[in-house]
Design a binder for this molecule. Sequence first.
Ligand code: KG4
Ligand code: ZN
Length: 357
Amino acid sequence: MSKKPLILGIESSCDETAASLLTENEQGIPTILSNIISSQVNVHKEFGGVVPELAARSHVEKIDMIVQKAIDDSGRKIEDIDAIASTAGPGLIVCLSVGLSFGKALAASLDKPFIAVNHLEGHALSPKLDSNLNYPYLLLLISGGHSQFLNVQGLGKYKRLGTTIDDALGEAFDKTAKLLGIEFPGGPQIELLAKKGDPNKYILPKPIFNKGGCNLSFAGLKTAVLKISKKIKTDQEKFDLSASFQKTIEEILYKKTKIAFSEFENQNKVSTKKFVVAGGVAANKNIRSILKKLCEEENYQSIFPPIEFCGDNAAMIAMVGLEKFKLKQFNNLNYPAKPRWPLDENATFLKGAGVQL
Ligand code: KG4
Ligand code: ZN
């Protein structure tokens, strides 16, 4: 039996301090030995969003303990680790620096390779944590900071098909929640409140619905929610607005994913067409079911990471580390933290006033 690589993944790009030990079995299927996540929700709650300085301080306070726990829970020894993979971007630079420096220092002291991981690549590969997924596949990445359709052709090989031109979808959920007086991060709460409301009560705009290919836009929707929220008096109206928002998002994603399907098919000639939805918002069950329905209609295989791997975690960072380790894609210890690090470096930046679609 050959020795399988043992990878330590470290994540600190935003408001989760996380560490995970990962290996693979004889069949090459990843095996998570430990997965520790410490969320800072309580630190940021009263501010209605992540405060970078407080987030960084909390990472500094917890990182040693979280990494130690990940090692203890894995049943392995620190000296058994073959490589250390840390998130290097994108994210808040003061937060990234904590996990990145810790990972580099540990790699240096153990004399093991260091691997710099793109957080978005972690989300992109997260379904591999529990399934045998081969390239290429179409990815819809919907998180608190990003909303993109990507043609995933291989490790490190991404072609962006569409992106949001303003807010990310998670951001739109969180801002809507805030307007309704729900504590940060409100995305999951909107999903729950929506179940008690009438989805047809309010007609909300669907920006760039009929233009811009599979690019997305949510800022106009937020403005409409703002106007309606000022007139809301009862809980039932709150539920109705949540339900109308959730329904509008489903309609936007259904239509834009259909467009992304045809763009993906133009770029890839494949017999099995695969569609992956990843990132924090992929935990939304109604979004999952509407996209699953579309996949059935269009003959796509739909793949979702388990709910616990949709949000930020270090197992997905270790997963990228494992793939890079096998290809000997190591990085120097002077690798910088990158606040902006697109998966498709060639794609045009599509944000701000005057964007041409
Ligand atoms: O991927 P993630 O954990 O962090 C980033 O990399 O951004 O995504 C967090 C985002 C937050 O905006 C949160 O409100 C949203 O995902 N989210 C949801 C749900 N669960 C998390 N949005 C809608 N429905 C959910 N069930
Ligand atoms: Zn994330």
